[in-house]
Design a protein. Structure first.
Length: 137
């Protein structure tokens, strides 16, 4: 899989409904993962969406999730640009350039779901997410 660039939208508790709506609009395949499925089964957020991805027949990709507790949700600024894929060197190179002169909110590091992930805001104020997954055999 090559690297992918797409929008990533944060929702205020209604990510499931929003992503299902976008599936009705664009068609395609929707995958939803909850906080409960990733080690938080007893939390109040267990049924909330930790990560959702819609892939459409037109080649569009839209990702989204419910904002985690303690993270501010402000409509109009509730997005990031997502870079993801399996090419570690390529994605780390993008990360280094995007984070230079900006700010890092989540350092690029191994996460509980097994991928390397980080969040930064570039020097122009654009929020970015970088996710590096293990190559699929």
């Amino acid at each position: 899989m090559g690297s992918r660039l797409n929008p990533y939208i944060s929702f205020d508790g209604d990510a499931r409904q929003a992503l299902e709506f976008y599936k009705e609009v664009f068609g395609g395949t929707l995958a939803l993962n909850t906080y409960g499925a990733f080690g938080q089964p007893d939390s109040p957020e267990a049924d909330k969406i930790m990560h959702g991805m819609l892939e459409t027949p037109s080649g569009f990709t839209l990702m989204g999730a419910d904002s985690p507790p303690g993270m501010e949700h402000t409509p109009g600024t509730n997005f990031s640009v997502s870079l993801s894929g399996e090419d570690d060197a390529e994605l780390r190179g993008y990360w280094e350039k995007l984070s230079a002169g900006g700010s890092v909110s989540v350092p690029l590091d191994k996460q509980m779901w097994g991928d390397v992930f980080g969040m930064c805001t570039d020097r122009f104020g654009i929020p970015w997410m970088v996710n590096i997954s293990e190559p699929q055999g």
